[in-house]
Every structure is written in C-alpha cells, then in structure tokens.
Design a protein. Structure first.
Length: 342
C-alpha cells in the first residue's frame, strides 16, 4: 500500500490494529505515525493516548501486555515501537506478538517502525495478514509527480500540476528535499487555497543537486561570476567539497552520454522527462572537447582535495573555483561568453 493511501485511510477513521512501517525514507514513516497520533489525540491526552517502546530494548511480552491493557480516559491508545527489527531477532518476542495479533485489542493501535525489516519473518507476515505493511522505499522517477501530489494531500496542502512541476524543478528527485518543501508549503499556504508556483518559489530553496545543475549551466554559459556565487552557496549549505565534486562529475557524465547519443544510458534513462529535457538543453552549451576537459579537471581537483595541501576546510571552495575557471575557460569577472557547439 502507498504511504499517502495509508495516511488517507487513517484520516478517514479506517484504522488497522497494527502497522509495520519500514524503509529508508523516514519521513514517510513519521507522516503515518503523526496521522496515528492525531487519530488518538496524543498531543491532548499525552501518555494516556500514546506510549513509545524500543524494539532493541523492550521485549515482545511487555509490548503485548501493554497492548492488551484497557485505556484510561481515552477510547483508544497508540503504541509505537521504534527499532522494531530488534524484536524479530528474538524468538520469544516474536511468539508473544504473533500470539497477540491472533486477537488484537480493539482499543489499541500498534505501530512497529524500523529502517529495515525482513518481510519474510513470521512477525511481518502476521502484520500483513491482520494490518498494514508500508515499505518506505525510494520513489521511481516516473512516480515523482503523483508522489508529490499525494504527499501534499497527506500533509493538508493541494498541489496543482504547475506547483508540482516547480517543486520538482527545485528539488529534482531528492525525496528529503521534496518532503521538506511540501511541509513548508503546508504551513505557508492558507487552508483551502491551492499552492501556486509563486508559493513554491517563496518557501522552497533549491536542493544541493539543483544547485550543482545550476553551477554546470553557469559554466556552460561561461558565466563565471554566477558560477562562483553558486560555489559559495554550496559552501554555505555545508556541503562537503568532495560531495559537490561527485555530483558535479555525475552531471558531466550525463552530458557526455547525451552528447554521444546514448539516451538509454543508465545515468539518464531512469530520469523523469523534464530532467532529461533540461540535460539535453544544457548539453548544447558544450562541445565534446569541453566535456572531456571538464572530466580531466575534475580528476585533478579530486586529487587536490584529497591532498594535504587542501586539508583545511577553507581550501575546498577555492579548489572548486579553480575547477570552474579550468572548465569555463574564462577569467573571473567577465560576463557570459558563448562558444560554438558541435
């Protein structure tokens, strides 16, 4: 089941007795937990309505006993078990929870959360039988648009097509950045009003990946002043120079694939159409010689950043600025200068 559908059902009052929420995309897990907390009014009733356990510390017998307790002063309770993968490693805990799930309490909601959980385990299979299993995994490129719209709905903000496109343009396929952007829009946009492109531009900062894309675009335009500004932005965002270099190298290789006509390359074949179109437009700003020279400069910069001479944190931006000059082929301070493309 998709996570937005899980949240929708909870908001509609269609709540399962148990949830297994697992995967690397923690914000999806937290969105479901937040919806469950709202369903039991945890902020209002405190520990009467919600209690948290640790799967790597608490045992299944204790959790099952707590789940069977009759709630006080509230109609139902939520039990959240963090690091639930720790329970699956202990047979006694698995037995206790599976036995509980044979006849779960109608006044208890049990939510097991974990960064990873083996779906083949007896506990996972039992949860799937009587409740909901959500795998919070990476979203495929072709599903990013629907994901953003559904995520907006889960957080209470309507995102029309143009707002979705603006978000994807700013954040690319960075799910954490998309989640952060949608969360900000949910707080910024008045209730009942659809978000606009202007709203997105007002509250959503470009992701680091997007900043690197802009950096390559500025270099392709021979706009070194803008390129230096973007290098400083990345430094201000706290991005490590070697990580910037890695993103930069990936972008250059994508441009080489496009320039070589390898549209089915694994580096670009999985990208959504709007990103592929931007990369193709960007490739027109470079000759193949430019791109090969860029790879050579990237290699030299990589060696420099890993050397003792660049061990100080302040040297990172300087090395990236030198890289910009090496690729753009124009001195700092000059305006954009276009070269003919092949």
């Amino acid at each position: 089941m998709e996570y937005a559908e899980v949240v929708d059902r909870i908001k509609q009052g269609r709540i399962a007795p148990v949830y297994l929420l697992c995967g690397p995309q923690s914000f999806m897990i937290e969105a479901v937990v937040t919806a469950l907390r709202e369903a039991v009014e945890a902020d209002k009733h405190g520990t009467f309505a919600s209690e948290t356990f640790q799967g790597d510390e608490d045992n299944g017998s204790r959790i099952a006993a707590a789940a069977r307790e009759i709630p006080m002063l509230v109609p139902r309770r939520l039990l959240v078990v963090r690091e639930a993968q720790g329970l699956a490693a202990r047979q006694e805990s698995v037995d206790a929870l599976v036995t509980y799930l044979e006849q779960p309490s109608p006044t208890t909601i049990l939510a097991l959360t974990a960064p990873a959980f083996d779906a083949r385990t007896r506990l996972a299979r039992k949860v799937a039988e009587v409740g909901v299993v959500l795998r919070a995994d990476k979203v495929a490129a072709r599903e990013l648009g629907p994901f953003v719209r559904h995520h907006g709905r889960a957080l209470g903000v309507d995102l029309p097509g143009d707002a979705v496109s603006a978000l994807l343009d700013a954040c690319g396929d960075d799910l954490a950045a998309l989640h952060d952007g949608v969360s900000k829009l949910a707080l910024y946009v008045e209730a009942g009003r659809p978000a606009t492109v202007e709203d997105v531009q007002a509250v959503v900062a470009p992701s680091r990946q997007h900043s690197v894309f802009e950096l390559v675009d500025a270099i392709g335009s021979r706009d070194t002043a803008r390129a230096f500004e973007l290098v400083q932005r990345l430094a201000d965002q706290g991005e490590a120079p070697l990580k910037v270099l890695g993103l930069f190298g990936r972008q250059i290789r994508q441009l080489i694939d496009v320039k070589s006509g390898r549209d089915d390359s694994p580096r670009i074949g999985h990208l959504p159409p709007f990103i592929r179109d931007k990369i193709k437009a960007q490739a027109d700003r470079f000759t193949m010689r430019d791109l090969v020279r860029a790879l050579e400069a990237l290699h030299r910069t990589d060696l420099a950043l890993k050397s003792k001479a660049f061990s100080r944190e302040s040297e990172g931006p300087r090395a990236l600025e030198a890289l910009v000059l090496a690729i753009a082929g124009a001195p700092a301070g000059r305006g954009a200068r276009r070269r003919p493309t092949t």
